[in-house]
Design a protein around this ligand. Structure first.
Ligand code: NAI
Length: 530
């Protein structure tokens, strides 16, 4: 027992009787400490509860492919150009001077976590988030994907109008040879205004479409010599599929509905089914209900990973941090008004009621858990008013404007307004930026974390400390991805956590547990007791 030296690409080693390094794996035994609460009359009894788990993390990452559905869109082209720019270490001229490639906005690539305190000085030691466990590097991802528009990625990047001309010039040659595979197109699921770009669509039945997508994944994997593939939906927002008993409620019914070519099976669900059956993780970056209960059940049956829904990039990310702060500060938030206008193709697609509705639902539920957790401020069922408006305004292109007003009740009936149009309060609530520059790093984080989750297995101990069961993977629904997602999909019957801080802590603490380290508690008792 004990620590072997870290591999050359690993930044630290854990020295602990609970952690073993083998050539292939990091194995840890970890005591998960929670608090069990029972109700005794009108009082609670809180009891510390320990559960011992073994974790096993494979150290070899292998060669990873990332296939994007909607590859030719604003996000698809921006993330592709961004990865090429980073891989090649590009710099480019802008009117504000030269700029260089980076991964800002990616929690994995751009942020750090505290490892511990330096022995002599007590100083905090922070390491890049990506070094907590062996992870894939985005520069090494092999990209591919599908789009209903057959335009090559260089021209599609021009169409997106997101990146600087000098950057585009440098990545153009490589992107010209990237052409999306034909995709599944059922016009009824997206806005009618998208039809004019749909020149690259698969023929055949729904059942055949599943097989074609599976074939595409297998071919990509073989041709590029990949160890694994991850598929991520960054295509148009679809309308919600109607939930119909007997059609999409169970895995069996869903597969029968595909066979029968049922109208309520969406293109994104066809992709999900193909990936699940192929054993390839599938992440949904858009708001629609791709993961109908039948799809979740199918993923569970195949022990295949799924994650979603809807990238949490700008306004909602801020909301899930700010509401957490306000409610936990004891301020009674009573209304949130959120206005957006944007002029890219996403905005165009959202200008129809049916697709807007998917986005509205996804944006609306993000404060529920934080409000529900505070029974001092809110009576059971009480909720702040919350309105979301999205308008298509072609002139602003990908530069989305998000304006928020938070209105709350403070001490003795006073009020606080936090809004973008009042210079006296927090000015930064108005969020203006290229949407795709926010979403692209999230795509990278989703891919890296999902890949990592394919290498982590666990088993639990009995009370006498003996491991009983075989190692197995995490639940099919990867709720660990919640930080990056507006409407996190969680295993059936488990709570949704929207608070940004909690979502980040879940990620970093689960990864710490995998190397046998306790959660970062922020108690800093060592500095408080002298
Ligand atoms: P976009 O409209 O530029 O790109 C979507 C691409 O998907 C288009 O190229 C379109 O041709 C393609 N497409 C449509 N249906 C398809 C299908 N069935 N199969 C394959 N390709 C298909 O949109 P953008 O800005 O790249 O956003 C993509 C998605 O991500 C949208 O649903 C959007 O709501 C979502 N999202 C974006 C955020 C951001 O910050 N950019 C934040 C949250 C979500």
């Amino acid at each position: 027992r004990g620590a072997n030296p870290a591999a050359s690409n690993e930044l630290f080693t854990v020295r602990s009787p609970n952690v073993i390094y083998t050539e292939d794996a990091i194995k840890s035994t970890y005591t998960y400490r929670t608090t069990k609460v029972t109700k005794a009359g009108n009082k609670y009894v809180a009891e510390p509860l320990d559960t011992v788990y073994d974790f096993n993390v494979q150290r070899k990452v292998g060669k990873v492919g990332l296939m994007l559905v909607g590859w030719g869109g604003n996000n698809g082209t921006t993330v592709t150009a961004g990865i090429i720019a980073n891989r090649d270490g590009l710099t480019w001229e802008t009117r504000e001077g030269p700029r260089g490639a980076n991964y800002y906005g990616s929690v994995i690539m751009g942020s750090t976590i505290k490892l511990g305190n330096e022995a002599e000085t007590g100083k905090e030691i922070h390491i890049p988030f990506r070094d907590i466990l062996p992870m894939a590097h985005p520069n090494d991802l092999v990209l591919g994907g599908w789009d209903i528009s057959g335009m090559n990625l260089a021209d599609a990047m021009d169409r997106a109008a997101v990146l600087e001309p000098d950057l585009k010039r440098q990545v153009r040659k490589e992107m010209q040879d990237m052409v999306p595979l034909p995709s599944v197109f059922y016009p009824d699921f997206i806005a009618a205004n998208q039809e004019d770009r749909a020149d690259n669509v698969l023929k055949g039945t729904k059942e055949e479409h599943v097989e074609m997508i599976r074939g595409d994944i297998r071919k990509f994997k073989a041709e590029k010599n990949l160890d694994k593939v991850i598929v991520l939906w960054t295509a148009n927002t679809e309308r919600y599929a109607k939930i119909i008993p007997g059609v999409n409620d169970t895995a069996q019914n869903l597969l029968a509905a595909v066979k029968a070519g049922h109208d309520e099976v969406a293109p994104s669900t066809i992709f999900a089914i193909a990936c699940i059956q192929e054993g390839v993780p599938f992440i949904n970056g858009s708001p629609q209900n791709t993961f109908v209960t039948g799809a979740i059940e199918l993923a569970e049956q195949h022990k295949s990973f799924i994650g979603g829904d809807d990238f949490k990039s700008g306004q909602t990310k801020m909301k899930s941090a700010l509401v957490d702060f306000l409610v936990n500060a004891g301020i009674k938030l009573t209304s949130i008004a959120s206005y957006n206008h944007l002029g890219n193709n996403d905005g165009r697609n959202l200008s129809e009621q049916k697709t807007f509705r998917s986005k509205e639902i996804s944006k609306s539920n993000v404060v529920d858990d934080m409000v529900e957790a505070n029974s001092v401020l809110y009576k059971k069922g009480e909720h702040p008013d919350h309105t979301v408006v999205i308008k298509y305004m072609p002139a602003v292109g990908d530069s989305k404007r998000a304006l928020d007003e938070y209105y709350g009740e403070i001490f003795l009936g006073g009020h606080q307004t936090i809004s973008s149009d009042k210079l006296t309060v927090i000015r930064s609530m108005s969020n203006v930026c290229e949407d795709s520059l926010l979403a692209s790093p999230l795509i990278i984080d989703l891919a890296l974390i999902t890949e990592l989750m394919t290498r982590i297995t666990w088993k639990s101990h009995t009370s006498n400390g003996v491991g009983t069961k075989d190692y197995k993977g995490f639940h099919s629904v990867l709720s660990i991805l919640s930080y990056m997602l507006k409407a996190p999909c969680t295993p059936p019957g488990t709570p949704v956590i929207n608070s940004l801080a909690k979502q980040r802590a879940a990620m970093s603490n689960i990864f710490r547990a995998c190397v046998g380290l306790d959660p970062e508690s922020d108690m800093t008792l060592e500095h408080k007791l002298f």
